[in-house]
Ligand binder design. Structure first.
Ligand code: FAD
Ligand code: NAP
Length: 354
């Protein structure tokens, strides 16, 4: 390996691991390893990445945050970079709002709890989503009618092509439904190192989703007065419905909810009168829950050896222990083909396969 004489380079490279197990770094718990593994803790360290990659012979790069939205199907022959940049800074405050910037390696749920402790609202519906804030803009994380784009101010990322740090505003991120520029054109080019959110001092509750309304009603709350009440309801629902990755390997929803033409929905409704649907921006289209389609097709609770479909939530594929990424991917493909055959709807994976 060539010797580059900078102290910080030497400090960083000392932490390089070889043939490193990734089992505990992905929430599916898939047992694969990385040829090289490195944890980066600051922007200064990140700026050294081109030198590091050069020294290693320019291997393929995989950036990981919490590993809660990836399916690893094979050993990674290149470098796995764990983004562990921490920290929080107040960038702006006025009577209505505060802008906080967070290091990309901060845990998303801790960010939510921090903003609630500061008396701010905006991301209470997104409580208990696993992973790092750095990965959150990747798929414009969303739950219960709120998405990160609703509070997003800007982010800073390292551009591997120009080897410079660049700032993105909301428009440049081109957020969509579980989508962004970083999941499409910008894939594999940018490493997000900080994310700034615009949080509100005024609380406007978003409680349109039935589960939130019902859970609040059980507590005798018809209109929540504080964002923490919504966060607590969300936490309760999620804990009762979703498998804990520490207990059963999973990456949350495996597929996105499809948006289908109204005409297709009408023809399906003639056969399945109970098929749920929700309005989307385009009045010619409706959103149908992928979980409903998968359950209706008979996959809920399906198990094949070490892998399967969760018994309480058909949208979640699970690894009971020793399943492989390849097996899970093949199961996903089978489900995808079956849904197309039965309903004429293509469901697209949300999880990032490597
Ligand atoms: P990772 O899985 O580590 O990475 C995801 C992708 O982003 C990969 O392609 C990776 O290369 C890339 N990436 C990671 N960090 C960076 C970075 N700093 N810069 C550039 N690229 C990067 N998602 C939702 O939207 N809503 C939910 O309600 C939700 N619920 C979930 C519930 C459970 C139980 C689980 C397991 C997952 C859930 N998810 C949900 C999915 C997941 O938690 C989110 O997508 C989360 O943002 C992923 O964060 P992460 O740090 O784990 O990303
Ligand atoms: P749910 O309440 O059983 O509803 C099923 C689907 O119908 C949801 O995914 C949601 O779509 C849609 N939906 C329900 N009520 C709606 C409304 N009032 N308006 C518009 N759409 C509505 O869903 P769930 O599986 O328990 O999940 C609850 C929330 O957490 C959802 O927002 C879901 O996306 C999110 N979640 C995401 C993941 C992930 O990994 N991505 C994992 C678990 C939960 P949307 O998905 O578009 O909201």
């Amino acid at each position: 390996m060539p010797q580059i004489q900078t102290t910080s380079y030497n400090q960083v490279i000392q932490n390089l691991k070889e043939n490193y197990p990734l089992d505990s770094l992905n929430t599916f718990g898939i047992s694969v390893s990385a040829r090289y593994f490195l944890e980066l803790n600051s922007q200064e360290e990140l700026a050294l990445l081109p030198e590091i990659l050069f020294a290693l012979g320019n291997p393929k790069l995989l950036v990981l945050g919490g590993g809660s939205n990836v399916l690893l199907t094979q050993d990674w022959e290149g470098l796995v970079l764990k983004n562990a940049i921490r920290g929080v800074e107040k960038e702006f405050e006025n009577a209505e709002e505060v802008i906080f910037s967070f290091g990309a390696g901060e845990e998303w749920h801790q960010v939510v709890m921090f903003t609630l402790a500061e008396g701010l609202s905006g991301i209470e519906n997104l409580a208990l989503i696993p992973g790092s804030i750095g990965a959150a803009p990747m798929q414009n994380i969303g739950a219960y009618g709120v998405e990160i784009k609703d509070v997003f101010h800007s982010l800073t990322a390292f551009d591997l092509e120009t080897e410079k740090f660049v700032e993105f505003d909301s428009e440049a991120c081109a957020f969509g439904y579980r989508e962004s520029y970083f999941k499409r054109e910008g894939k594999n080019r940018f490493i997000i190192c900080s994310v700034a959110l615009r949080l509100s001092k005024k609380f406007i509750p978003h409680v349109a989703y039935g589960a939130i309304k019902d859970t609040l009603a059980q507590k005798g709350i018809s209109v929540p007065e504080k964002p923490i009440q919504v966060a607590e309801a969300v936490i309760e629902i999620r804990q009762s419905k979703l498998p804990d990755p520490k207990v059963i390997g999973n990456a949350g929803s495996f597929f996105k909810n499809p948006e289908i033409p109204l005409s297709l929905y009408e023809s399906l409704k003639a056969v399945y009168s109970e098929i749920p649907h929700y309005a989307v921006a385009n009045p010619e289209m409706v959103k149908v829950p992928a979980g409903w389609l998968i359950e209706k097709a008979g996959w809920k609770g399906f198990r094949d050896g070490e892998i399967g479909v969760h018994a309480k939530q058909a949208l979640v594929l699970v690894n009971y222990g020793k399943g492989s990424g390849e097996e899970l991917w093949n199961l996903a493909l089978k489900i995808q083909a079956d849904i197309f055959e039965k309903f004429g709807i293509e469901i697209i994976p949300e999880v990032n396969k490597f």
